[in-house]
Design a protein around this ligand. Sequence first.
Ligand code: FES
Ligand SMILES: [Fe+2]
Length: 407
Amino acid sequence: MNVHQPISPWREGYSLPQEFYISQAIFDEDVRQLGQTQWLLVDHESRIPQQGNYFLFELGSESVIVIRNRSGEVKAFYNVCRHRGSRICLENEGSKRVLTCPYHAWSYDLDGNLRSANLMPADFDPKEVKLAPVHIGIFEGFIFLNFADGTPPDFDAFVAPFRDLLRGHGLKKTKVAVRKTYPTAANWKLVVENFFECYHCNSAHPTYCSVHDKLKMLAFGAGAGSGDDKDMKLYEEKLANWERFSSGLGYPVGMFADEANSAFFQSGNRLPIADNAKTESVDGNPLAPLMNEFSDFDGGQTGCVLNPLSTLLVNNDHAIFFHFIPKGPRSTDVEAVWLVGEDAVEGADYDPANLMKVWDVTLTEDKTITENNQLGVNSRQYRSGRYSTQERRIAEFVQWYLDKIAP
Ligand code: FES
Ligand SMILES: [Fe+2]
């Protein structure tokens, strides 16, 4: 279909019409708009600790080289040679002293300036040739990219709501312990919607449910603003008691959830995992040493939805971030990255298999249910369905999407 054709009407409180989950034209426009309007979480700085270390991030037809330069700064360039356009870096990650194009060997320094090009005419000035930069922002060690043609959205405004909530978490002093991608045969919006509700938790996630407080899951299973009002009320007193305890240790508490008309549709909160749980592990016991700036376990988990494509969860001893990379109308990569304190030693202080257990099981279940969702949505018999009181956050997400992203 063509994006200029009228699309089926949408009813507030209902899921989107089918074309939003299957159309190539809508998908292409989604990716373009997400890149222009959002700061996309791509990784943690600890992935590229030394000068010349780089990785590639791909979105739509764009490939970006994210690299540490000689003065230690992280830079991002489109992976497009200024000669005749070849990709420059072909491997997903590695280390380079210079960036040499494999086609005719033009080479660029780590700041993207052309250093050498053979047999060029006398009037060719290499100083005028630079790799095209991609907008980059760094917060608490996390690297964000934005693909705006002009001025990017204000990065300070983007991270400001999380400064207090992440105070003292020591995320800058962490390192990647393990990462895993869950390629999911579903539209990115079905993946996001699944992350914005815990209506499915009972039926789909036995392990996750055994780890988390039952009432908390009803009230805030998918973060601030996601649960039923009645359940939030029932959980209020328990939460207030824990907040007193946690504040007493000097840790931040609180929550917020943006409205559907916001720029980034963010939310954040700190909640206890469960009674007597120190961290988000199968038995509640620690999985790694306390991250640098925590002095004791309070059993809290800080949840930050930085935008619908990027979520961060921080426990006292480890953190996880998820990011969703739209790949096609019916294909999304879900990548999860587990972080521990930078001094933690694999084998002695943490076991990657244990560290990832709860979320590896949960994300594998999520992949299955989301793929099944897409299969049903593909049918001629799919109709927009009514949201429950535990799917309020999706109802708002859909409004945000139609307002800010959709063609
Ligand atoms: S395209 Fe890169 S050197 Fe020719
Ligand atoms: Fe889930």
